[in-house]
Every structure is written in structure tokens, then in C-alpha cells.
Design a protein around this ligand. Structure first.
Ligand code: ZN
Length: 347
């Protein structure tokens, strides 16, 4: 068994499928943007901005983050910096959520959000060793009509950059099946579909996401194992889960620590699980930290961690030729890192 050091896991090339641009923002950047846009901070020292111990505090900070984002330049900056920070965690490929629902309520037009986020990602793709694409994440509490508007906007965007739609925020009190018309429209427009489901809500929401909304991936899927028949179907159909173990500990509070997370059992039952950071800026815990946490919690050796990295490439919505190229590149880099560490080549 070859265990990897934290540095090795940081440098391991990775793909990430569940990361929110707003949650990836740096505290120092939000403090600056807040000052520029006349938004008061709840803390004296910006370094303390992302200190939270429960979901309510997290949402309070999320509110400050969203209020601080007003101009296209603001969105450009957080999108670009999110890619820079991804590169520092070894992320070579990312499909990143942006969630306009909250800022739309504050009066920022969707066109402004998209102009900034898309330009930030385009610039990062040109400047940095990363390929990042976007997923428009609908705000579930804003309702089905809002979702249909967002899907219709997404359909008209640069589709090289915008791959699909998702939906996030709370599950309680949400009729997930009511989003069927929006997701059908997304399918007709050739947009990929995913959904935050079974995070703090029941496995039934995962079933609705697949059977009613036609989702190709599930974000979180924490509660999947509650339904053995559904688990079997998800495994057999190869529907990927974008799991965020540490987020489930510190944000959703559905599990006391990563070691108690069902990730390893899901994987053991043949579910296509991937490792993701969710909100690396706000959690101050990036994808490299997450890989270390998962390896430690479940005693995974280096080969398993490499397999998990490749699983995210395979579960991505990148074109097939790009996926093959990413796989080849990752396998080469795995062996370079192994050689540097004096470890045997991958079997
Ligand atoms: Zn999420």
C-alpha cells in the first residue's frame, strides 16, 4: 500500500465538478468589494469574515458575499481568482457553478453576472493551466418560473463555456418535481442537467432528480444509501455523484466528521463517486485539502486517490476527445509525481 503525502495529493492533477464561484471567493476580495459597494462587514477584521460554526452563520456570510457582488468586474474578479486558487489545489479541469438567483433578487441583472463570470473564466483559461467551464445553478426557493427564465437565458449563452444547469439551496419545503418543465426545456436546448439533491433532504429528491428531471449527475447525494433500490439503479446506470464530504460536515452538518461520511460505502456499492470542495473559499478548505481528508478518513492509498481523480474526468461533461486527452495527461503526471517521490509507477 502506497500512501501519499499531503504535498503529493496537492500536486496530483484533479478535475472538480462541484464548486460554487461565490463560495470560492477569497475573504480579502469580498472585504474589498464590500467596501467598494458600500456593504458593511459583520466582523472587524476581514480575516475573520469566513468564520462560521453553523448553517445560519454560513448563510449570513453568504448574504454578505452576494451583496458585495454588483458589477461585471466584481464577478470577473471572483471567477478569475477561483480558477487561480483551483490551480493551487492541482485542479486542471473544473465545471464551476454560478448561482445568480440571490443577486438577481438584489437587482443585479443576469446579463451582468454572466458577462463578468464568463469573462473571468475565459481569461483564466487563457492565462492559467486550467480549463474551467460553467453551470448555471438555479435557486430552488425562487421557484419553477424563475428556473424556466434561467434555462432560457442559459440556452442563449456561449455553449462552449456554459455546459448545463443545476439547482441548489434548501431542499425542505421544495417541490422538486415542479422543476420538470424547466429541466425539460434544458434537455431540449441540449444543456446538461444536474441537481443538488439528498444533501439534507431525503433520497426521494435524488429519485425525482433522475426520474422526473432527467438529471445526468447528482450533487451531494448524501442520503442515497437510505434507498437501496435507488442506490442499485444509480450504480448500474453509472450516474455520478459529486460528493463534498467536508462541506457535509461543516455546512450541512449531516455527519460529525469525514470518516462517518457514507462516501466509502457508496463507493463500495459501485456508485460513481467523485470528490469535490463545494465552497473552498468560504470553507478555507480547497480540493487538495479535501483529497487529504478523504485519504486519511478512509485509509485510501495513492492509487485509489488517482482513481478518484480519473473518475471526475470521466464524470465530467467535457467532449470525449478532451476527456481522453485529460486522462492521458493525468496518467503521465501521476507517474512523474511517483518518480519524484521515489514510488513505483502506477500498476
Ligand atoms: Zn453545492
Amino acid at each position: 500500500m502506497t500512501t501519499a503525502t499531503a504535498d503529493h495529493l496537492r500536486r496530483l492533477p484533479k478535475a472538480e465538478l462541484h464548486c460554487h464561484v461565490e463560495g470560492a471567493a477569497r475573504a480579502a476580495t469580498i472585504a474589498e468589494l464590500a467596501a467598494g459597494n458600500g456593504v458593511g462587514l459583520p466582523v472587524a477584521d476581514p480575516a475573520d469574515l469566513f468564520e462560521f460554526t453553523d448553517l445560519n452563520q454560513f448563510l449570513e456570510i453568504y448574504d454578505v458575499v452576494c451583496r458585495s457582488l454588483v458589477t461585471a468586474d466584481d464577478f470577473h474578479r471572483i471567477a478569475y481568482e477561483a480558477c487561480e486558487d483551483g490551480v493551487a489545489a492541482g485542479v486542471r479541469y473544473r465545471e464551476m457553478f454560478f448561482s445568480p438567483g440571490f443577486v438577481l433578487k438584489l437587482g443585479v441583472p443576469i446579463e451582468t453576472v454572466w458577462a463578468g463570470v464568463s469573462a473571468g473564466v475565459r481569461d483564466a483559461n487563457a492565462d492559467l493551466d486550467i480549463t474551467c467551464r460553467l453551470i448555471l445553478d438555479v435557486d430552488k426557493p425562487s421557484g419553477p418560473a424563475h428556473a424556466e427564465e434561467m434555462v432560457s437565458f442559459a440556452a442563449g449563452c456561449d455553449r462552449e463555456l456554459l455546459l448545463g444547469v443545476g439547482a441548489d439551496s434548501v431542499e425542505r419545503g421544495i417541490d422538486h418535481a415542479a422543476f420538470a418543465p424547466a429541466f425539460e426545456a434544458a434537455a431540449r436546448a441540449g444543456l446538461h442537467r444536474t441537481l443538488h439533491a439528498g444533501e439534507d433532504g431525503p433520497a426521494e429528491n435524488i429519485r425525482i432528480a433522475i426520474d422526473v428531471l432527467g438529471c445526468e449527475r447528482i450533487d451531494h447525494g448524501f442520503r442515497l444509501l437510505d434507498d437501496p433500490e435507488l442506490t442499485r439503479r444509480v450504480a448500474d446506470a453509472g450516474i455520478p455523484l459529486t460528493v463534498c464530504p467536508t462541506s457535509n460536515v461543516v455546512i450541512a452538518h449531516v455527519v460529525p466528521d469525514v470518516a462517518s461520511h457514507p462516501f466509502d460505502t457508496q463507493r463500495g456499492q459501485g456508485v460513481r463517486v467523485t470528490v469535490n470542495s463545494d465552497d473552498p473559499g468560504m470553507m478555507r478548505f480547497d480540493l487538495a485539502d479535501e483529497y487529504v481528508a478523504v485519504a486519511d478518513a478512509f485509509g485510501y492509498d495513492l492509487e485509489v486517490m488517482e482513481d478518484l481523480s480519473l473518475a471526475a474526468v470521466d464524470a465530467s461533461w467535457a467532449p470525449d476527445d478532451e476527456k481522453s486527452a485529460l486522462r492521458r495527461r493525468f496518467l503521465e503526471e501521476f507517474d512523474v509525481l511517483r518518480a519524484e517521490a521515489g514510488l513505483p509507477a502506477r500498476g
